[in-house]
Design a protein around this ligand. Structure first.
Ligand code: ADP
Ligand code: MG
Length: 357
């Protein structure tokens, strides 16, 4: 087991002509951390990884590994393992040869190669596949080989760029669990790229949400989900209702769309108004909200979607806006129907005020 390295991006940027792929990024990834770059396509995730790996040069700033500036050190001296979406196994080499390749490049001794390849294949459960060719493997198996090849030389940092992107949903979920297990055994720092928020929440110690080449929010999965810092973060992670808070003429706040008062605290900077993010699972029937401060409002059910264990509803509120909410099915035949009037509520702490944006 290797110890991971600390990775730092200091004011790193990358331009392509007028396109700003990465804009002044400051990030610090701790040793042994599973750190995920999450963001929509084009937000600069791959560019950041490629600069860390040394495949492309930053336009500005510095990249440090364990405190050493590696910005102008060639790729092969950075000791970083990489896994890409499109497997990129050598098609003419069998599984064992693919995994041995990085060690041969490093001129490792034969006995070491044998031992490390065995251990890496064992880790990913492919001990019996050493002689297979890549085209004789399933997508999941190929990606396990790619992982074995990336860790066989015991790098301190492992980069994974949408490694499960080409797999179907079931396999992707299984591989997520496997990656978590590998990671616990390997102990190196993992920097993982995905545009799939569920994957990021499942795997990560911490997540950075990227948008337009910049970090928007950094935090552990629960903080990212429960306390989004911006509208973009709130909408990118999971589903949410964005509501407008307006100051009441006398004092306090008013939720425009619901026609209901809001007694929670609002960031000081948002004097003229703010936005509120409320997750659909936090909105419930008013009689279920319990004691304590809550926002209550009336609505008319507009639409129901059945999705297995839950019902998803949209309901039209007094202010004309629809909100979405979810309920676990009770099986007691008390599901709502379109046109039903319903008293709804959410607890005050379920509402996250966002800076006006
Ligand atoms: P992501 O991995 O988050 O989808 P990328 O890092 O691949 O995003 O790309 C970020 C931005 O930089 C995009 O607008 C993309 O079009 C642009 N870009 C990336 N590589 C190049 C390139 N070689 N030439 C020009 N533009 C590029
Ligand atoms: Mg990418």
């Amino acid at each position: 087991m290797t110890r991971g390295a600390v990775v730092e991006f200091r004011n790193v940027s990358r331009h392509y002509g007028a396109v700003v792929a990465v804009a002044g990024c400051d990030l610090r990834v701790e040793a042994g951390e599973f750190f995920t770059l999450l963001g929509p396509s084009g937000s600069g995730k791959t560019t950041l990884l490629n600069m860390l790996a040394g495949f492309i040069e930053p336009s500005g700033g510095a990249i440090l590994i364990d405190g050493v500036d590696v910005t102008s050190i060639p790729t092969e001296k950075r000791n970083i393992g990489m896994v890409f979406q499109n497997y990129s196994l050598f098609p003419h080499m069998n599984v064992g040869q693919n995994v041995a390749f990085p060690l041969k490049m490093r001129r490792a001794e034969k006995a070491t190669v044998r031992k490390r390849v065995d251990a890496a294949l064992e880790l990913v459960g492919l001990g019996a596949f050493r002689d297979r060719m890549p085209n004789q493997l399933s997508g999941g198996q190929r990606q396990r080989v790619a992982i074995a090849r990336a860790i066989v030389f015991e790098p301190k940092v492992l980069l994974m760029d949408e490694p499960l992107g080409a797999l179907d949903l079931k396999l992707r979920e299984r591989m997520q669990m496997e990656i978590r297990q590998y990671r616990d055994q390997i102990g190196c720092t993992v920097i993982y790229v995905t545009h799939d928020q569920g994957e990021a929440l499942t795997l990560s110690d911490r997540i950075v949400i990227m948008n337009e080449g910049r970090p928007v929010q950094i935090g552990d999965p629960e903080a990212i989900y429960d306390r989004p810092a911006t509208r973009f973060a709130a909408e990118f992670i999971g589903e949410t209702n964005i509501l407008s808070l307006l100051p009441k003429p006398d004092a306090g706040w008013w939720i425009e769309e619901l026609g209901a008062p809001f007694a929670g605290s609002v960031p000081a900077a948002s004097g003229r108004g703010a936005l509120l993010s409320v997750r659909p699972e936090k909105i419930m029937r008013a009689d279920a909200v319990g004691a304590g401060p809550a926002v209550r409002f009336d609505a008319v059910v507009a639409e129901i979607v059945f999705s297995g264990d839950i019902h998803r509803y949209t309901a039209r509120c007094a202010g004309g806006k629809t909100v979405s909410f979810k309920e676990h099915r009770t099986g007691r035949g008390d599901a709502l129907k379109p046109g039903d009037k319903v008293a709804l509520a959410f607890r005050l702490e379920a509402a996250v005020p966002l800076p006006e944006s």
